[in-house]
Write a protein of this length. Structure first.
Length: 303
């Protein structure tokens, strides 16, 4: 019952975002600056504040991090091989692979970790999130390029973008402060708390506003395939690894929540920039977000 009472309100806010977009309360002109506000300011403040306050020695688990990254890597490689077997077109193949592995960590994974596990769970999830986000971005670029018909010369650009990623920067900064036990001034910490408080509800509303039912219907079969792999196979693989190595549910739940996250909205941006199937990416983001309302309850109830 606790799982349902925690997860249901989160997806009610997502549906409110979708309804607000349909009614015109959230417009296209509002979406871009609102996304920038959450992505560049609010989420980084929330991540830094939670990690910097936590004990790095207690929250960091190298075995958990390795298994999480291993599960994500296996999904990228196996779905890449699957697209060859299914003989997908290059643009569809690259987008399909990253849709199966590229999770929405900042906008959905971290808010659920916060609401379900509290500040301690958020701190552990934030540490893993920084490393997992680096892996996801690198693997997505590599996969999209492998399926691209155009030569790509932007690897240096991608590396620079990763180094400038506000979520990655805030996670690494929080890890440094926590590991070195550096004090954070009370005024600064309070400011981060206020700013970070904006992130969860605003992120959920924006995710809802991005959902497209029309494109889900148009790309129904491949979208369902990608959603099943992202929401069921990836978390299942991670859970098997966690159980086989003797980790307790309290230890691995923050990582499992991140693996359960639906396809990231960034999948659309990357598909559009690297000759992928952008509309299919939107369909997968929309469908996996909606279906994750059920799969999150399923996985948390199982654990």
């Amino acid at each position: 019952m606790e799982v349902i009472t925690t997860i249901t309100p989160i997806f009610i806010i997502i549906l409110l975002g979708w309804a607000a977009r349909k009614k015109g309360f959230i417009t296209s002109d509002f979406l871009r600056p609102a996304n920038q506000l959450v992505y560049y300011l609010s989420i980084p403040a929330m991540i830094f504040n939670s990690i910097s306050k936590a004990s790095f020695q207690e929250q960091f688990d190298v075995r958990l991090l390795f298994l999480t990254l291993l599960a994500a890597s296996i999904i990228y490689v196996s779905t890449h091989l699957l697209t060859g077997i299914l003989k997908m077109t290059p643009d569809r193949a690259g987008t399909f692979v990253q849709s199966c592995g590229h999770g929405n960590l900042g906008y959905i994974g971290l808010p659920i970790a916060l609401y379900y596990l509290g500040d301690s769970g958020l701190a552990k999830a934030g540490i893993i999130c920084g490393f997992l986000m680096i892996l996801q971005n690198l693997m997505s670029v590599i996969i999209l390029q492998l399926h691209s018909e155009k030569e790509f010369h932007g690897y240096k650009f991608i590396l620079i973008k990763l180094c400038k990623n506000p979520v990655i920067i805030s996670a690494m900064a929080g890890i440094a402060v926590s590991a070195l036990a550096l004090p954070v001034p009370g005024i600064l910490s309070s400011s981060f708390t206020i700013l970070g408080g904006l992130a969860p509800p605003m992120a959920l509303l924006l995710i809802g506003a991005s959902i497209s039912m029309k494109l889900i219907k148009e790309y129904l079969r491949p979208t369902l395939g990608a959603a099943v792999i992202k929401l069921l196979f990836l978390p299942a693989l991670g859970l098997v690894f966690f159980r086989l190595t003797g980790l307790t549910s309290e230890e691995f739940l923050p990582a499992l929540i991140l693996l359960c996250s639906p396809t990231a909205t960034l999948a659309y941006v990357m598909a559009k920039e690297m000759q992928g199937d952008a509309e299919f990416a939107v369909a997968t983001v929309s469908a996996s977000t909606l279906f994750s309302s059920v799969t999150f309850v399923l996985w948390l109830a199982v654990v």
